[in-house]
Design a protein around this ligand. Structure first.
Ligand SMILES: [Zn+2]
Length: 130
């Protein structure tokens, strides 16, 4: 069984008992950056969970539904990672069905670590100034 579900696959059994059940229409909705949520979001074969392939992060939508996707798209780390990836190379996961090669995950993890230390440094110097 693949970790991700294919668009259109039956989610009834997976999302049984979940308040806000997954809808495949969500990944076709276009976010504020002009790209569909499916360009980074995949449905995990787990109840109430989907996955951001850019951040390599699991997102739980069971309570708030699609709002979780639009909110995650505005997450500063997500935005910075998308921007950084666009500058280095095209996203191979730009479609909802493409599998992300491991090297991409490694690169994203590297970027995230660098970004986190950058934020920490900024935060520290900011606090020292005031
Ligand atoms: Zn993300």
């Amino acid at each position: 069984m693949a970790m991700f579900m294919k668009p259109g696959e039956d989610i009834k059994d997976i999302d049984k008992g979940i308040k806000n059940k997954w809808r495949w229409a969500w990944i076709e909705d276009v976010g504020s950056d002009g790209k569909p949520f499916g360009s980074w979001c995949q449905k995990l074969r787990q109840p109430g969970a989907c996955y951001c392939t850019v951040c390599a992060r699991k997102l739980m939508y069971g309570t708030s539904g699609e709002k979780v996707l639009s909110r995650h798209e505005l997450d500063p780390v997500h935005k910075a990672t998308v921007r950084a990836l666009q500058h280095t190379s095209r996203l191979p996961g730009a479609t909802a069905t493409a599998d992300i090669p491991p090297s991409m995950t490694d690169r994203v993890t590297n970027l995230k670590i660098r970004l986190c230390s950058f934020i920490v440094e900024l935060d520290l110097s900011w606090r020292m100034d005031f």
